[in-house]
Design a protein. Structure first.
Length: 80
């Protein structure tokens, strides 16, 4: 694995921790989408898809927002 990908993963995971600590769920969703895209086709993909599914499922409203539409589309892409 390239150093830059490893560094990106570490930064995203740290950002996700911070977002979750601050209960910034929309930001956490964006970060989870970035992590899922980063891992697409690699060993960590399944774990990141699961994380994204859980975060997406935690929303009760706002499904017409761009972030939630993008998350849904990404999850559908993974299921193909």
């Amino acid at each position: 694995m390239a150093k830059s990908k490893k560094a990106a993963r570490e930064c995203f995971h740290r950002a996700l921790e911070i977002a979750q600590d601050q209960t910034a769920v929309s930001l956490a969703l964006r970060i989870a989408m970035s992590l899922a895209r980063l891992e697409m086709g690699h060993a960590g993909a399944q774990e990141e898809r699961k994380r994204l599914r859980v975060l997406y499922a935690s929303f009760e409203e706002g499904f017409d927002t761009r972030d939630l539409r993008d998350a849904k589309a990404l999850l559908q892409e993974f299921s193909r």
